[in-house]
Design a protein around this ligand. Structure first.
Ligand code: SAH
Length: 216
């Protein structure tokens, strides 16, 4: 069942080339996309289309982001090997795998129990090990802070304050901000009370949910 073939590898190479044409330049990001078997992250019904640049449902009303979105966000993080990264919205674990391929130590939070349960077993089974947490990403992980980088993979109506507090000075947060449509936003913490903000294009994510009852 967990099969990766030359055909899949060929399709991934084409996907990486397509992402390059769409403006992704970081060669480590492109190498990760070329390496990670995205088809294994999808329900059987979508496997044939796994290497198209589109989002798919992953259960619990959530989606695996488009490869371009994953690559774009990862590139903005400016990751260095060994950095400690907090990811909000584990979902399928695909973005998590990209961060791990880049050499990051990843702490990832998911608030849908069914997705949390599934991904914390699946990812290690294909060789990707992160620290998995079930909880509300709005609150972050104060016990493990500070983080070099923070990535939010759901649309945030506003920037969660606890997450800014958990970012190292000099650290970067990449977060899609907005309601129906989000502006990809890069925040750099230049001092304990100072942020530099750069805005990029518009993206469409499932919403970051707050204070809802947890569960599958
Ligand atoms: N990176 C994932 C994207 C999944 S979509 C992937 O590529 O598969 C966004 C995810 O954020 C969903 O799984 C959703 O359940 C989760 N999410 C939404 N609000 C959250 C919150 N407050 N804390 C943690 N995870 C949250």
């Amino acid at each position: 069942m967990l099969k990766d073939t030359y055909r899949h590898k060929g399709l991934r190479r084409q996907l990486a080339m397509k992402l390059m044409e769409k403006g992704i330049v970081n060669s480590d990001v492109l190498a990760a996309i070329e390496k990670i078997p995205r088809h294994l992250f999808l329900d059987n019904a979508f496997i044939e289309r796994a290497y198209e640049d589109i989002a798919f449902p992953i259960g619990s009303g959530q989606t695996i982001s488009r490869p371009h979105t994953v690559a774009f966000q990862t590139e903005l993080l400016q990751l260095k090997k060994g950095e400690k990264v907090l990811e909000i919205g584990t979902g399928s674990g695909y973005q998590t795998a990209v961060l791990l391929e880049m050499g990051a130590k990843v702490y990832t939070i998911e608030r849908q129990k069914a997705l949390f349960d599934k991904t914390k077993v699946f990812l290690p089974s294909i060789g990707y090990d992160a620290k998995f947490f079930y909880g509300d990403g709005y609150k972050g992980l104060p016990a493990f802070a500070p983080f070099d980088k923070i990535i939010i993979t759901a649309g945030a109506p506003e920037i969660p304050k606890p997450l800014l507090e958990q970012l190292k000075i000099g650290g970067i947060m990449v977060i899609p901000v907005g309601d129906a449509v989000q502006t990809m936003t890069l925040l750099k913490k230049t001092a304990s009370n100072k942020l530099e903000k750069v805005e990029f294009g518009e993206f469409k994510f499932v919403p970051l949910l707050e204070d809802k009852e947890w569960g599958g």
